[in-house]
Design a protein around this ligand. Structure first.
Ligand code: ADP
Ligand code: MG
Ligand code: MG
Length: 870
């Protein structure tokens, strides 16, 4: 027999999955001997079985609920139906993770036309009894029969106006009787139902409604938005009522044990006298600060403070508490870890450790890694946002931040505007490598196409530039220099504001709030680094990015993308000369020009990173990315290179590929143009020799991309090694270099044991590996991935969070194969997933050595790495 129902005495806080957050904490508080009204919880398992059973409670469930109801009656000495002491209960939903999309609470359940009179007599307070009854009718109608609450509210407001009743408490018994009758009319008219008079029927209907609400539209959407599983189910709590609305000696309130926005160690909350349930949050009357309770009811206040402290000590975290006072006696109705701003989170975590209330591990676990973004980037003032004009809010939040500027549609126009002193937002269909400088000087980048790993997204994140991609509602008309969106048109130069944290775009200049990384932040980050097994490196190649990463104490560089270094006018020219020329002599001239540029590049990098390891990926993109495309460009380049338009155009056509992502790129380039990689390897070694000092030795890790066969790697390794060894011999020095490969093809994962023989390390390139495993083009998949997610074909975007079953399995296979061959083989991850907390957990579990991510995501990754190790 399955146990579906648990008394509050039977559960505890560890049973959250089964009893839900609310139920497990009510049980925990009961166990602590706190004043919690009696009750029981029907499990989340019952909910899932109810749903699987065609939304029917099974016989077994019904029987157990009956048994626990009888026990509740015995425990409270009250009864649903007989005796002279009436049992009224609340029915409260509560999933394992709190979920605003679900059914609410029903209070005062058990009242009916007969009981309400008995309750009036019992309490000697008919006004109170009828107040409870009208509240029950409203909540029950709303929750169980889905009658829109506004029907009840509108009637009540009208009634108070026409009868000049200032507030709810001014309603007389006769008023309330009229209201109750009218509410029943609403049931008939709107709900085509009668209010069930039998308390048990009320109870069972309420339980069914709460269970069914797990699958309602709102709840479903909420779970999708928050990456939550649809498998959890909600529990239902049935609890004896206590009454905050039974007079001036009663009340109800909510409080946080510390200030949730600043973290200050001072109780923070509000209450209302003579009120019930949601009155405090509903804003019917203005609630009072909880500290004033010390004047109104000093004893209750003292008890409340004692309980609040006790709960915080017990849970070792800041608590969000709901309470009710009935005739001068305090009751606890809920406790949970309080939601807080990122700033408060860091302060509270550090304070709790300093006060001896929590361990460092517990403090680290309290930090939501994703909230770190909030701390490091400015945010919009929430009050200003409420009145701002929204342009669109369906964009993907690719890189956090809050930015305002004038819109421009190409990098040159953006540059000119910046030179003229404007702040600029670059708006493009999608960006390409030529846009990089334009992007770096912009406050934000907005694209109408592309997903979270599109060029714009990756580059902007790397730069820490605010970015929203895939805003499919905006249409960019580059010829006429304007964009249209559902609500209108924007000319070039118009001011907009971009929210990189949620993907929304607004008209005009929306006010911002600054944020600063304070002492608590530094403290937590130091604890995190101490605790992690995984090292956290940065993906970076510019001086600015590297400095940012080092400021966050990155453990070196996990990915230098050398192609980013070629998109400067004079280098591009040499690169084009190299690709286009058929004569060895001219090719070599071009290469040695590039060699000198690259030596400078690497000297700059190594001077900053010193003895920290640096993975340098040799040239990766398809050659035609370096080619001119428009007629104008081709004419210009032909002139530069001293060739004809026709010849150059033919060469461009020759190089064009139907499927560039599956094309002539990565190691394949080196097989056909071996000198390219040899030049880069030479530049790396020469730079290292220049930077090496007596105190530190540079540690370059040379990485060959897109390897799928051991023969490719064997060939390239042999060539590069030979070239380097000859060079070192010539220079008469040594350099501590290694040569490894990027693992980004499924085939490479499957033959990882063979590749180990020719590599000193692997780095998983998760963007390409995901693209190649799913066969999803990462630049185009944005168009359908959202629909895949909303239709539950995919649980999450695999470019944002590792697909454990598929891509993760490949990573695991490669890891096992490599480590079987060589137990301490060095393995890392570069690519976007290296900065994603859920993916990091997996990388930790399978025993990788490091992850690497954009500099601004390093703190997120460090926290996630520490949490994985705890
Ligand atoms: P939510 O999840 O929306 O907070 P709750 O189940 O916590 O819903 O109920 C909301 C409020 O209803 C509680 O904060 C409390 O004020 C009131 N409430 C719930 N159960 C009871 C009860 N047994 N007695 C008195 N008030 C209750
Ligand atoms: Mg609550
Ligand atoms: Mg790649």
């Amino acid at each position: 027999m399955t146990k579906y129902v648990y008394d509050f005495h039977e559960g505890n806080a560890t049973m959250r999955a089964l009893l839900g957050g609310k139920g497990s904490n009510l049980a925990e508080m009961t166990g602590l001997g706190l004043p919690v009204p009696s009750g029981f919880t029907i499990s989340t398992q019952a909910c899932m079985e109810y749903l699987a059973n065609g939304e029917q409670l099974t016989e077994e469930m019904i029987q157990q609920i009956e048994t626990y109801l009888a026990r509740l009656e015995a425990e409270t000495g009250k009864s649903f139906s007989k005796g002279d002491n009436l049992l009224l209960v609340s029915v409260r939903s509560g999933a394992a993770q709190s979920m605003p999309g679900m059914m609410d609470t029903i209070l005062n359940l058990g009242l009916n036309d007969v009981n309400v009179e008995r309750f009036a007599t019992l309490t000697g307070n008919p006004q109170f009894a009828y107040d409870c009854y009208r509240r029950l009718l409203h909540m029950f109608g709303n929750v169980v029969y889905e009658i829109n609450g506004s029907h009840f509210e509108r009637f009540l407001t009208n009634y108070k106006e026409t009868h000049q009743r200032e507030n709810d408490q001014a309603l007389t018994v006769d008023d309330l009787k009229v209201i109750v009758a009218a509410y029943k009319g609403i049931y008939k008219k709107i709900g085509q139902k009668e209010f069930p008079q039998d308390p048990k029927t009320q109870l069972f209907e309420a339980i069914r409604a709460v269970f069914s609400s797990w699958n309602n539209e709102r709840a479903f959407v909420y779970r999708n938005l928050n990456d939550m599983s649809h498998q959890g189910g909600t529990a239902v709590n049935v609890q004896e009522m206590v009454f905050g609305n039974s007079g001036q000696n009663s009340g109800t309130g909510v409080a946080f044990t510390r200030n949730p926005s600043t973290g200050e160690n001072k109780i923070f909350g509000e209450y209302l006298l003579n009120a019930q349930g949601e009155d405090v949050v509903a804003g019917i009357r203005t609630p009072l600060p909880v500290s004033t309770l010390s004047e109104v009811m000093p004893d209750v206040y003292a008890e409340f403070i004692r309980v609040a402290n006790l709960l915080e000590d017990h849970y070792r975290d800041m608590q969000d508490i709901e309470f009710t006072i009935e005739n001068g006696k305090l009751f606890m109705l809920q406790t949970r870890s309080g939601k807080r701003t990122a700033k408060a989170a860091f302060k509270i975590a550090v304070d709790l450790v300093n006060e001896g209330k929590a361990t460092k591990d517990e403090a680290l676990m309290q930090i939501n890694p994703k909230s770190v973004d909030q701390l490091l980037h400015p945010t919009f003032n929430p009050v200003a946002l409420k009145i701002a004009d929204l342009i669109t809010d369906i964009g993907l939040p690719a890189s956090p931040g809050a930015a305002t500027g004038n819109i421009y549609f190409d990098a040159n126009a953006a540059k000119a505007a910046v030179q003229a002193g404007e702040k600029v937002i670059l708006v493009r269909q999608e960006t390409s490598p030529e846009d990089i400088t334009g992007m770096s000087i912009s406050e934000a980048v907005v694209t109408s196409r592309g997903g979270m790993t599109s060029h714009a997204a990756v580059v902007a994140r790397g730069m820490g530039v605010c970015c929203v991609v895939g805003c499919e509602q905006i249409n960019i008309d580059e010829d006429n220099r304007r964009v249209s969106y559902p609500g209108g048109q924007l000319e070039e130069g118009t001011i907009i504001s971009v929210d990189g944290t949620n993907g929304a775009i607004y008209l005009g200049d929306v006010e911002k709030m600054p944020t600063e990384a304070d002492e608590s932040f530094q403290t937590i980050m130091a604890w995190a680094r101490e605790r992690s097994h995984l090292k956290v490196r940065m993906n970076a190649e510019t001086v600015e990015d590297i400095k940012t990463g080092l400021a966050f104490e990155a453990d070196g560089i996990g990915l230098v993308r050398t192609e980013h270094m070629f998109f400067k006018e004079e280098r591009l020219r040499e690169m084009r000369r190299f690709i286009l020329s058929n004569r060895a002599q001219e090719q070599n001239r071009a290469l040695s020009a590039i060699l000198n540029y690259q030596i400078d590049d690497f000297v700059n990098i190594f001077s900053l990173t010193q003895d920290k390891p640096v993975v340098i990926r040799l040239l990766d993109p398809p050659l035609h990315e370096f080619m001119p495309h428009t007629k104008q460009e081709i004419t210009h380049v032909a002139e530069q290179l001293g060739t004809t338009y026709a010849e150059l155009q033919q060469r461009v056509i020759d190089l064009t590929e139907v499927n560039p992502m599956l094309g002539h790129r990565g190691v394949r380039l080196a097989v056909t143009y071996p000198n390219l990689y040899l030049m880069q390897a030479e530049a790396i070694i020469r730079a290292a020799v220049q930077v090496n000092t007596a105190t530190f030795q540079v540690k370059p890790e040379i990485m060959i991309p897109l390897v799928g066969m051991k023969e490719e790697l064997a060939l390239l390794r042999q060539q590069i090694e030979k070239h380097i060894e000859e060079l070192l011999k010539e220079l008469g020095v040594t350099v501590e270099y290694t040569i490894g490969t990027m693992i980004e093809l499924p085939r490479a994962c499957l033959i990882a044991d063979q590749l180990v023989d020719y590599a000193d390390f692997f780095s998983f390139g998760t963007n390409d590996l995901t693209q190649m495993t799913f066969g999803f083009s990462r630049d185009d998949a944005g168009k359908y991935i959202n629909q895949y997610i909303s239709e539950a074909i995919l649980p999450i975007d695999p470019f944002q969070t590792l697909d454990v079953e598929g891509v993760g399995e490949l990573v695991k296979i490669a890891t096992e194969k490599a480590r079987q061959k060589q137990a301490d083989f060095k393995l890392g991850v570069c690519g976007e997933l290296g900065g994603d907390p859920n993916s990091i957990e997996f990388f930790h579990q399978i025993g990788l050595n490091y992850v690497s991510c954009s500099p601004y995501r390093i703190p997120i990754a460090q926290i996630a790495a520490a949490q994985s190790a705890i």
